[in-house]
Design a protein around this ligand. Structure first.
Ligand code: SF4
Ligand code: SF4
Length: 409
């Protein structure tokens, strides 16, 4: 799956769904509103920024069956979930997405297929329409074939344009997700013009967040602050033009901010992710945290996972916080930021997100920003997301990549 904004924009979408889809749910902080079904980790693309775990190869052999997914959908709906994301990997590599869509419709979900477009045929999109799929989000990468093909390590540029047209022809709102990084940030105006010309209703410009594969490739992907500022200015200018009807969501990269994001809108507050092999997670990267056991739908139901499992309760609220978060007057705003980012950069999952200027580890972010000004000095070859590289990562082959960002000796 691509790097969707899993913060404010998603919450806005949920509110929109509640208002416009007639799905009943009262938004409390004790129920998951969003179920993200990462139905497979298999993918024909090899994006350098992929959000999937770098060790995904461990989890590809044991995918849930159609029946198990349907049971998960039913259980999550009972808990209050109203929005379903069908994601991966590339979900269309499974041939049962049509069945999952039909069940989602029956249960009253607002369903969203998150796809690279590979595998979307006329026959399948027709079946999705008849089955009641509400929304398709397509990832695009650039206006140039060269960058599209480079960053995904595939030849998919023309196919994506055809799929965009197919989505539009079938009457779906066209929602594009473009992950922004050093290779395409200079093309912001052209990307927006391309999206407008394709008839996009909504575009999400998701600045790369550095987890998983994108952390491994950070030295290649991270733009400078000046590039990000310029990209945002171009976006605002485009938005201000009354001739442009497309809605634009620009996801600000947290490295360039002095406060972290309220990650996933709070750990175990509104999001529940079920992975290809049935693990139940509060966020995509949670399995990177040490000493944590996540529940699995094969062993226990989603109700146990959400309400009782130690993993979902571990970072709920603020009782786990250390200083400076514990006594911070702003803690309600961000809940200390992202636990995975805290761990990946500091080696301690319980500290303030290093993005925060009050964090004793902020210098790690400042160093990354400094390094982004000298890409030729620091850049290492891209490690593309593929099975071979995932096996190498499991074997510890690229440890130096991420350890070099740590503050630990
Ligand atoms: S490789 Fe690309 S298309 Fe495939 S799951 Fe990762 S980000 Fe999505
Ligand atoms: S110290 Fe912690 S709670 Fe306060 S603003 Fe920083 S991350 Fe948020």
């Amino acid at each position: 799956m691509t790097q969707a904004s899993l913060g404010e924009s998603v919450v806005q979408k949920i509110v929109h769904v509640q208002q416009n889809n007639g799905v009943s749910a009262s938004a409390t902080h004790t129920q998951p509103l969003w179920l993200l079904a990462e139905v497979t980790y298999r993918c024909p693309l090899h994006c350098a920024f992929c959000y999937n775990p770098t060790d995904y190869d461990k989890h590809t052999q044991n995918e849930l069956t159609t029946e198990q997914w349907i049971q998960a959908l039913r259980d999550a709906r009972k808990l209050g979930a109203i929005q379903l994301g069908i994601s991966g990997g590339e979900p269309l590599l499974r041939d049962d997405i049509e069945d999952i869509v039909i069940e989602a419709k029956k249960l009253g979900y607002y369903s969203n297929l998150i796809t690279s477009g590979v595998g979307l045929t006329e026959k399948r999109i027709q079946a999705f329409k008849e089955g009641g799929l509400d929304h398709i989000q397509l990832s695009m990468h650039d206006i140039t074939e060269e960058i599209n093909n480079f960053i995904t390590n595939t030849k998919t540029f023309e196919l994506k344009k055809k799929v965009a047209a197919m989505i539009k022809n079938h009457g779906y709102p066209m929602v594009l997700n473009v992950v922004i990084h050093r290779y395409n940030i200079g093309h912001m105006r052209e990307i927006l013009e391309m999206a407008e010309a394709l008839g996009a209703d909504y575009i999400e410009l998701a600045n790369t967040q550095y987890y998983g594969w994108s952390l491994v490739n950070r030295s290649q992907l991270m733009p400078t602050k000046e590039q990000v500022d310029e990209a945002e200015a171009i976006t605002n200018e485009f938005r201000a033009n009354p001739n442009n009807k497309m809605k634009i969501f620009f996801v600000v990269p947290d490295y360039f901010s002095d406060r972290p994001k309220k990650c996933m809108n709070g750990w175990g507050e509104v999001f529940m992710i079920v992975t290809a092999n049935g693990d139940v997670l509060p966020c995509h990267s949670a399995r990177s945290l040490p000493n944590m056991q996540f529940p699995n739908v094969r062993d226990s139901g989603l109700e146990y996972a959400w309400k009782e499992s130690p993993a979902f309760n571990k970072y709920r609220g603020d009782s786990w916080m250390k200083e400076p978060c514990r006594s911070c007057s702003e803690k309600e705003n961000d809940l200390g930021g992202c636990r995975c980012q805290a761990f990946l950069l500091s080696g301690d999952a319980d500290v303030a997100d290093p993005v925060c200027s009050k964090s004793p580890f902020r210098h790690l972010i400042d160093q990354a920003i400094e390094d982004s000004k000298n890409p030729v000095m620091v850049a290492k070859p891209i490690v593309f997301r593929n099975d071979k590289n995932s096996k190498k990562i499991i074997a510890g082959e690229f440890n130096d990549r991420v350890e070099s960002f740590h503050s630990l000796p």
